[in-house]
Design a protein around this ligand. Structure first.
Ligand SMILES: NC(=O)c1ccc[n+]([C@@H]2O[C@H](COP(=O)([O-])OP(=O)(O)OC[C@H]3O[C@@H](n4cnc5c(N)ncnc54)[C@H](O)[C@@H]3O)[C@@H](O)[C@H]2O)c1
Ligand SMILES: N[C@H](CO)Cc1c[nH]c[nH+]1
Ligand SMILES: [Zn+2]
Length: 428
């Protein structure tokens, strides 16, 4: 764990914090081999890798309706209620986020311009399931696709050793509205959805989080398929002043660390005493964490950084571009004004990342490794495309004639100019 003043960070430490190398480069050759094999051998490769990585021997990858029905029987009612409450909030938020299907507006007399939003034909949602089961990610990936009205939503998630899918994940995928569910994980799942096999018809776009193998596969198959963005090992940056509770900050760092040994938690403190108190709290809480092995590996490459003032802290936050940003200060909304790069922002001391992970309704599939500089988290727009529209009257075209013909002639494209003039000439 790096514990330093921001101004005293070595260049190398700063570079490594900002670049967050989670080892994608190291796994590229192995992942590429898996993708090539799925491309050449199809289902045969999928069965082979499922046996190798999940230890499950399968004859069929598609989940049956009986298995879906059984999953509801296997899951406790209390869990189903929690799923359904989370789903309600996620539907609410994404319905609010949805753009108008169609609009037209008069740019100048007789010139109507507009836009029609159209859902993609098919999407594949990857739902992780290696070190933990992620029913919540089934809701987060399928619900926005449903809200966008995508007609074919495919889910892939790794099976357990006995060949079944975690029943809560299965119930969540079904409850959210998945049309096809496959027992398939890792790079082989991404390759199957991108390239298609006898069992799985290819999709137009793949979304969803995953470990380095999944993220590397999404990056390598881009070209055959569109992807959302790299959503790899989870991360949090907490920015806090002396009003914050050190025990809460440590708990939130540990919560993110329990996802993956490659997860990273950074605390930027505006107060020296608070920084030491958080370090102490981490020492107390981390050994007792349920997944203490994963947490301690994650904390090794995490950091507590001391800022001299708010400006220095904000420059670092924007350069780091965290997946999750918690702002626990006296006036979090004031701080928000200066934030440009973060996947999702959690404002105030009663707003833990876990609320967004499960229940408040915002999406928890978010860009990691600094990609929040250029990508937005998963949202309804990821499942749609926009067609522009125009409808022009004779009066409108007359008003545009001079601009069109002048520019068309300047480009030497005289037929363009003629296509306008011809419409405006009186017919004999
Ligand atoms: N950024 C986000 O939005 C977000 C959201 C939720 C979860 N996550 C992240 O998703 C990840 C989930 O990871 P996970 O491992 O639990 O599940 P996972 O489903 O992503 O990965 C499991 C798969 O990895 C493959 N795999 C494992 N070892 C391999 C090897 N040596 N070679 C090739 N393939 C191998 C296997 O096929 C296995 O099915 C975590 O890193 C978590 O932080 C990110
Ligand atoms: N924090 C994860 C996103 O990085 C999402 C998640 C799912 N379950 C629990 N947490
Ligand atoms: Zn989480």
């Amino acid at each position: 764990m790096i514990t330093k003043r921001l101004s005293e960070l070595e260049d190398e430490d700063l570079r490594s914090l900002l670049s967050r190398d989670v080892g994608i480069q190291d796994v590229l050759p192995a992942v590429n081999e898996i993708i090539m094999e799925v491309g050449s051998k199809g289902d045969e490769a999928l069965f082979k890798y499922t046996e190798k990585f999940e230890g499950a021997h399968l004859d069929d990858l598609r989940v049956t309706q009986e298995e879906i029905d059984l999953s509801y029987d296997l899951v406790d009612d209390r869990l189903l209620e929690a799923l359904s409450s989370a789903a309600d909030h996620i539907f609410y938020f994404h319905n609010e986020q949805k753009e108008h299907d169609l609009w037209m507006s008069e740019a100048s007399p007789g010139v109507l311009v507009g836009q029609k939003v159209v859902p993609l034909d098919s999407v594949g949602a990857y739902v992780p399931g290696g070190r933990a089961a992620y029913p919540s990610s089934a809701l987060m990936t399928v619900i926005p696709a449903k809200v966008a009205d995508v007609p074919r939503i495919v889910v892939c998630t790794p099976p357990q050793k006995d060949g079944s899918i975690n029943p809560l994940t299965l119930a969540a995928a079904d409850m959210a509205g998945a049309d096809e569910i496959y027992k398939l994980g890792g790079a082989q799942a991404i390759a199957a959805m991108a390239l298609g096999t006898d069992s799985i018809e290819r999709v137009d776009k793949i979304v969803g989080p995953g470990n380095v193998y999944v993220t590397a596969a999404k990056m390598l198959t881009r070209g055959s398929v569109e992807i959302d963005f790299p959503a790899g090992p989870s991360e949090v940056l907490i920015l806090a002043d002396r009003t914050a509770d050190p025990g809460v900050i440590a708990a939130d760092m540990i919560a993110q660390g329990e996802h993956d040994p490659k997860s990273i938690s950074v605390f930027v403190s505006l107060d020296d005493l608070l920084a030491s108190a958080v370090a102490e709290e981490l020492n107390i809480q981390a050994p007792g964490a349920a997944r203490s092995d994963i947490v301690s590996e994650s904390l090794e490459h995490s950091a507590i950084l001391l800022a001299d003032d708010m400006d220095e802290a904000l420059d670092f936050v924007n350069a780091f571009a965290p997946e999750h940003l918690e702002i626990i200060t006296r006036e979090p909304m004031n701080v928000l004004r200066s934030i440009r790069n973060a996947g999702s922002v959690f404002l105030g001391k009663f707003t833990p990342v876990a609320a967004g992970d499960y229940a408040s309704g915002t999406n928890h599939v978010l860009p990691t490794s600094g990609y929040a500089r250029i990508f937005s988290g998963l949202n309804v727009d990821h499942f749609t495309k926009k067609m522009t529209l125009q409808m022009i009257t004779d009066e409108g075209l007359l008003g545009l004639e001079e601009t069109i013909t002048t520019l068309a002639e300047a480009e030497g494209l005289l037929a363009h100019a003629e296509s306008v003039r011809r419409r405006l000439e009186p017919r004999e």
